[in-house]
Design a protein around this ligand. Structure first.
Ligand code: CA
Length: 364
């Protein structure tokens, strides 16, 4: 168990310099590359493991055996069982959503699945694929996205990766890779989606030109949808997602390719959306979460960003839909895949390790 007592100063300009001190403990252990997590109404936590398992973590951190009924996944490269989200009416329906990589006729793609949690919590029931981010791509097993978030209107948003190999899939409107999709609960496009009336575009698309967004969260104060995506070398982004807009990849980016070569035509273009925050060099941002809890009053309004490389946790201060400051939390030097706020107002961090853990941040 790691125990740290750390004093942080609030860096937000003009805000009260109220210190937040925290301690980090291992809440749960024995998880292989935990990737996505969702708290149940009773305080237990469903956690995916990238190799293809789903487990239920009890309120004291006890980890269940793998649940039955989980779909087969393509656990190669960056693929596997990825995100999980509960339906907004989960308390009544026990319905939840998973995204994962799957193989279709030799090619791989990101798949969205709907299922129900069995009443005793030991299995999924009726897991059914409801959307494939087609076309499947034979080459490569990188950049599958994916995160799931529900809007206030009940719409399901799903981020997909550009599948890495050709980059330009993110710009094609007849292709579901490198997008954020907006869907009904059965996986169908919503009729008021931005491209619903066009015959040359997929009606599922909400926004496009994304490289690989693994962070997706609604700002609870403004209602806006925020996304984090990986750049190549440098050029990681936070974007404010608006319907029908083009977020630029790979035409505009602040990053360069891994061999140092230039990508696209610059950092900005009038017909494309600029990010609201950029990292050069990279932090490799995966999951994001707005902090709304009472346990850390000084952190209310912050956006927490799980960072893979350099490993750790980044806190962005925000005002409305703007980023006003940034700090890296001291003492956390593990690759973090996702950050989730618990019903207790504490922060739970999923570590990207083969012997992965859930870290818990509590005042102290
Ligand atoms: Ca961009």
């Amino acid at each position: 168990m790691i125990r740290l007592a750390l004093l942080l100063l609030l860096l937000a300009g003009g805000a009260q310099a109220q210190p937040a001190s925290f301690q980090v403990t291992d809440f749960a252990t024995g998880l292989e590359r935990p990737w996505g997590a969702a708290f149940l109404p009773d305080g237990r936590l469903l956690v995916t493991e990238r190799p293809g398992r789903l487990r239920l973590v009890g309120r004291e951190g006890q980890v269940s055996p793998p649940l039955a009924g989980v779909p087969e996944v393509e656990a190669r490269g960056q693929g596997g069982l990825l995100d999980i989200a509960l339906a907004p009416d989960f308390a009544d329906t026990r319905e939840l959503y998973l995204c994962h990589s799957a193989v279709v006729q030799g090619g791989a793609l990101t798949r969205l699945v709907r299922a129900r949690l069995a009443p005793d919590g030991t299995a999924l029931e009726g897991a059914t694929p409801i959307l494939d981010a087609t076309p499947a791509q034979e080459q490569g097993r990188n950049h599958f996205g994916c995160r799931i978030a529900f809007g206030r209107d009940g719409a399901l948003f799903l981020s997909t990766g550009d599948r890495y190999v050709t980059k330009m899939r993110a710009q094609r409107l007849d292709d579901l890779a490198g997008k954020v999709l907006r869907l009904a609960r059965n996986g169908a496009p919503l009729p008021d989606n931005p491209f619903a009336s066009r015959t040359d575009a997929r009606a599922e698309i909400f926004s496009y030109g994304h490289r690989n967004a693994q962070g997706l969260a609604f700002n609870p104060w403004t209602g806006s949808l925020w996304a984090a995506e990986f750049g190549a070398r440098g050029g990681d982004e936070i974007n404010l997602l608006r319907p029908g807009r083009n977020y630029g990849w790979p035409v505009v980016t602040h990053g360069v390719d891994y061999d140092g070569s230039r990508i696209g035509e610059g950092v900005s273009r009038p017909d494309m959306e600029d990010p609201i925050h950029v990292w050069v060099p990279s932090v490799s941002p995966s999951g994001i979460a707005f902090y709304t809890g009472a346990a850390f009053p000084a952190w209310r309004g912050s956006l927490f960003v799980a960072a893979l490389n350099p490993p750790g946790l980044v806190r962005l201060t925000t005002e409305g839909d703007r980023v006003t400051g940034e700090e890296r939390l001291p003492g956390i030097r593990t690759r973090i895949r996702q950050t989730v706020q618990g019903p207790d107002g504490l922060l739970y961090l999923l570590t990207d390790e083969s012997r992965g853990r859930i870290l818990r941040l509590a005042p102290g």
